[in-house]
Design a protein around this ligand. Structure first.
Ligand code: PLP
Length: 422
């Protein structure tokens, strides 16, 4: 599989072509048209000198699958083509990728600046694990760009960004923050999971390292875990070395599922984000909804920046329900076309409150401190027909309203009855 016909050829093609052909213009054994799943833990050599040359990286080839694996390499090549990156390193999960890059590029006595709104697991690394290693962590208000710039200007080794954020959909101005970080020589890392490489390419905006949870939109079917890191080879060689020793490598079967999923990413996302826009606009009209977060809404905090750095607004919408968790527990069971689950980016629509999804690792107090309301619901819009998803949401709200009216009427009657009695 290392016999490439035209490596990187699809880079000149559109993203809809690259998702299909990226990394796969290779001659497979038996002339197979699909990437084989190579399950071998190790690779054998009759010629001991050749073995040694491969082990030293002087010749291409494979030694042991914790270090590299032919199926995983195809996935890494595909991501390179989608993010226009020189190199990529795959991990067993998105969190393994994120902790891998943070451990690769930070050491005791160094400083990282980030924002409070990152995914809950990432937030845990910042709040719990990095301080234990002696890394100074400063988390800024995501919407206060001057405060972020001020903290960067004080000096830092790493600036870590997630945009749009999970689950609040806040948008950060990547170009502006990169410019500030470069003035102090900081490495910039960006989590591009929500946008996907189809909507946003952080490397092209000046970011040094891009991370993805491949569990989400990349694989797209909610049936596999994975993570990928992309960037220049001089940076990725350190990340690869960390992964080789840390051991959080991606297994070949998972790599195969992610490769297969990515091929339909462009088709899926087109439908998903068209529906997301429709649902977001409807939610803005719903009296039980306090706030709607979707970068595609003209009044959204980051709409203008999103337009300047993204090609589409993505397929995640979040909204805050009046009445908090009480309304959440009444509304979500009424939906017919929805998983109520802690995942996103799949072909099925998925609803979930922050307290059982993105911020399940955080306590109520921590969520309050992060501004995550108990009434916040995240919707990962699937590929179902837009009209069905809209009708489903409308009927669920209508039922909540009618039940509420019943309760009011009932209370009213009981109170009047009680009055008569006394
Ligand atoms: C934005 C973002 N980054 C990273 C992760 C972690 O990915 P994984 O669950 O594959 O470890 C998640 C998970 O929800 C996420 O939403």
């Amino acid at each position: 599989m290392d016999d490439k016909i035209t490596p990187g050829q699809s880079r000149n093609a559109g993203l809809g072509t690259r998702v299909v052909w990226g990394g796969e213009q290779v001659q497979h054994p038996y002339n197979a048209t699909q990437t084989p799943i190579v399950v071998s833990a190790a690779y054998g050599y009759r010629d001991i000198d050749e073995w040694y040359d491969v082990a030293l990286g002087k010749e291409p080839g494979f030694i042991y699958s914790r270090m590299s694996n032919p199926t995983v390499t195809v996935l890494e090549d595909k991501l390179c083509e989608l993010e226009s990156a020189e190199s990529a390193v795959a991990f067993s999960t998105g969190m393994a990728a994120i902790s891998g890059v943070l451990h690769t590029f930070l050491a005791c006595g160094q400083r990282v600046v980030s924002t409070r709104d990152s995914y809950g697991g990432t937030n845990k690394i910042f709040e719990e694990f990095l301080p234990r290693m002696g890394v100074e962590v400063t988390l800024c208000d995501t919407l206060d760009i001057e405060a972020i710039e001020h903290e960067i200007a004080k000096g830092c080794n790493v600036l870590y960004l997630e945009t749009p954020t999970n689950p609040t959909l806040k948008v950060l101005d990547i170009r502006r923050l990169v410019a500030t970080a470069k003035r102090v020589g900081a490495l910039v890392i960006a989590d591009n999971t929500f946008a996907t490489p189809l909507n946003q390419n952080p490397l092209a905006l000046g970011v040094d390292v891009v991370v993805h949870s491949a569990t989400k939109f990349l694989s797209g079917h909610g049936d596999v875990l994975g993570g990928v890191v992309c960037g220049a080879e001089h940076l990725m060689s350190h990340v690869r070395h960390y992964r080789e020793i840390n051991g959080a490598s991606l297994d070949p079967f998972s790599a195969y599922l992610i490769i297969r999923g990515i091929k339909t990413l462009a088709l899926r996302l087109r439908q998903q984000q068209a529906s997301a826009q429709v649902l977001a606009e409807y939610l803005c009209t719903e009296p039980l909804v306090e706030t709607v977060n979707y970068p595609g809404l003209p009044h959204h905090q980051g709409h203008v920046i999103a337009r300047s750095q993204m090609r589409g607004f993505g397929a995640i919408v979040s909204f805050v329900l009046k009445g908090g968790m009480d309304t959440v527990t009444r509304l979500l069971p009424l939906l017919n076309y929805a998983h109520r689950a802690g995942n996103l980016g799949a072909v099925e629509t998925i609803y979930g409150p922050a307290r059982t999804t993105s911020h399940v690792e955080n306590t109520l107090e921590e969520r309050e401190a992060l501004g995550i309301s108990e009434g916040l619901v995240r919707v990962s819009v699937g590929i179902e027909d837009t009209e069905d998803l809209l009708a489903d949401l409308k009927q669920a709200f209508a039922l909540v309203h009618s039940k509420q009216r019943d309760v009011i009427l009932h209370t009213d009657k009981t109170e009047r009855f009680t009055e008569v009695e006394t």
